[in-house]
Design a protein around this ligand. Structure first.
Ligand code: SAH
Length: 245
């Protein structure tokens, strides 16, 4: 959003309409909208010097980043600890931290520049429910302080489903859930990975993302952790890629 192309009030209104259209009117409180605006304004400023997103039109940002991230909110229990695996420019972690102050969110990425941006944004927005973690998911998930320590993981646009399972499920506590946010699902993504890693098979939630000229389908897949993940998972990334579960 070039602040030259749209005023703050225009964005607030656009954002409110977009959230309402997507069944997210519970997140339309004035303070929430103001923080979302501030987040986007900062993101686009930083985006000029560091590649965070290709989506920069105000309407597209509202639909494809804000509403899309918040679609997952309905599937995350009250007061849960949530690990955003591969947070990139902070999606879904930043909008969720703004809209769901009850959550305790950790935004994880292997790129230190990305987690530094997310940490700076959280500070700017005064979000005390969001912290960051830098490293590779497959390494951190083998460490006792992170393994099976989160109520939920969320991941958007990080890897194909079999790979994503191995990156996410080892972090999830028994009784917790892995949430995978997908635009579409290829046949090649059908997998026994959840069962291998101690979880139920995926339950599929389908949403229509409305706004702008677009009406797109979004899938949110949820697997429940039922048993401990066997110690050999996650494997080294080369193995994960070479032989996805
Ligand atoms: N979730 C964000 C970013 C998606 S891009 C969004 O929806 O916009 C994917 C991100 O995942 C990149 O920032 C990349 O650095 C990170 N990533 C990929 N594999 C990873 C791994 N094994 N461990 C940690 N981060 C990883």
């Amino acid at each position: 959003m070039k602040m030259t192309t749209i005023s703050k009030n225009e964005f607030l209104l656009l954002c409110e309409n977009c959230l309402k259209e997507n069944g997210l009117s519970r997140f339309c409180e004035e303070n929430t909208l103001l923080l979302l605006y501030k987040m986007v304004e900062n993101m686009l400023k930083v985006n000029a010097v560091m590649n965070l997103t290709a989506i920069t039109e105000p309407r597209d940002v509202a639909v494809k980043h804000l509403a899309d991230s918040l679609l997952a909110a309905a599937l995350i229990p009250e007061s849960a600890s949530l690990l955003d695996v591969g947070c990139g420019g902070g999606f879904p972690s930043l909008p969720l931290a703004i809209a769901r102050p009850d959550l305790r969110i950790t935004a994880l990425d292997s790129t230190a520049k990305k987690t530094a941006y997310v940490a700076d944004a959280a500070k700017l927005l005064g979000l005390n429910n969001l912290q960051t973690l830098t490293g590779r998911a497959e390494d951190l998930a083998q460490m006792p302080e992170y393994r099976e320590k989160f109520d939920c993981t969320a991941a958007r646009a990080v890897a194909s489903l079999p790979i994503l399972c191995e990156l996410c499920l080892p972090f999830v506590k028994i009784g917790g859930k892995m949430i995978a946010m997908k635009a579409k699902l290829d046949e090649s993504e059908s997998t026994m990975a959840p069962q291998t890693l101690g979880a139920s098979c995926f339950k599929r939630h389908e949403f229509t993302l409305r706004g702008a000229e677009t009406e797109e389908t979004r899938l949110i897949l949820v697997a429940k952790k039922q048993k401990h993940t066997p110690k050999e998972y996650p494997r080294a990334y080369t193995q994960i890629k070479k032989k996805p579960l």
